[in-house]
Design a protein. Structure first.
Ligand code: GTP
Ligand code: MG
Length: 202
């Protein structure tokens, strides 16, 4: 996709504060520090519109970005980071779940996994939950630049098998550092956007 405009819309947690309008949305989910904000920046050709940090747990709200005045990218808080204070953490899981379940504009989810680590129980739960909720999703293996060329195939296959995905489902290698995988991921996101929302087509 050719990007001609990117705007930060707002960050919030409460559903009443979600932006209004009918822009279709693609949400990015995954463990804290997996690289969600970095993938968003890379896809949008921005250096730091989404805040990136080496300290896990930085993205604590839901961030909405408007792309080409036509769609939203949604950066959700990362899950699974133990050192976040309990009360903050307790407000996230329901917030993420509420957004994913209720957001009429949601067209699909990008689920991110770190190339260097096997999926955690929380990743497996998220994948099962997305399937049960009937939400279309893509799996992106981030930080692929940290894996040697020769091991990349094995890594993708290992993650695919650990998630229990059928071989027909694509698992996308990606590097926010080198830009590897960007065009392929964009094409798949465009395919998600082309579908009407399966859950709210009434
Ligand atoms: P939270 O907001 O805390 O949930 O994290 P996040 O998932 O948004 O991760 P973020 O994009 O902030 O990246 C976390 C760290 O990983 C940062 O230090 C990034 O520079 C690094 N990182 C992200 N993507 C890549 C990548 O593709 N390659 C390499 N080498 N490092 C990456
Ligand atoms: Mg983030």
């Amino acid at each position: 996709m050719k990007i001609f405009s990117v705007e930060f819309v707002k960050s919030c947690l409460a559903p009443d504060d979600y932006p209004e309008g009918d822009f279709p949305e693609i949400a990015f989910v995954g463990r804290s520090n997996v690289g969600k904000s970095s993938v968003i920046n890379a896809l949008l050709g921005q250096r730091r519109i989404a805040r990136v940090s080496s300290t896990p747990g930085k993205t604590r709200l839901i961030y909405f970005f408007r792309v080409n005045k036509a769609l939203h990218f949604v950066d959700l808080p990362g899950y699974g980071y133990a050192r976040v204070p309990k009360d903050i953490k307790a407000s996230w899981a329901p917030s993420i779940e509420y957004y994913l379940k209720q957001r009429r504009q949601l067209r699909g989810v990008v689920l991110l996994l770190d190339a260097r680590h096997p999926p955690t129980d929380l990743d497996l739960q998220m994948k099962a939950w997305l399937e049960a909720a009937g939400i279309r999703f893509l799996v992106v293996i981030t930080k692929i630049d940290k894996i040697s060329q020769g091991d990349q195939r094995k890594t993708l296959e290992g993650h695919r098998a650990a998630l229990g995905l059928s071989s027909t489902l694509l698992v996308f290698p990606f590097s926010a550092k080198t830009g590897a995988g960007k065009d392929l991921l964009w094409r798949s996101i465009e395919r998600l956007l082309a579908h009407p929302s399966s859950r709210y087509s009434a």
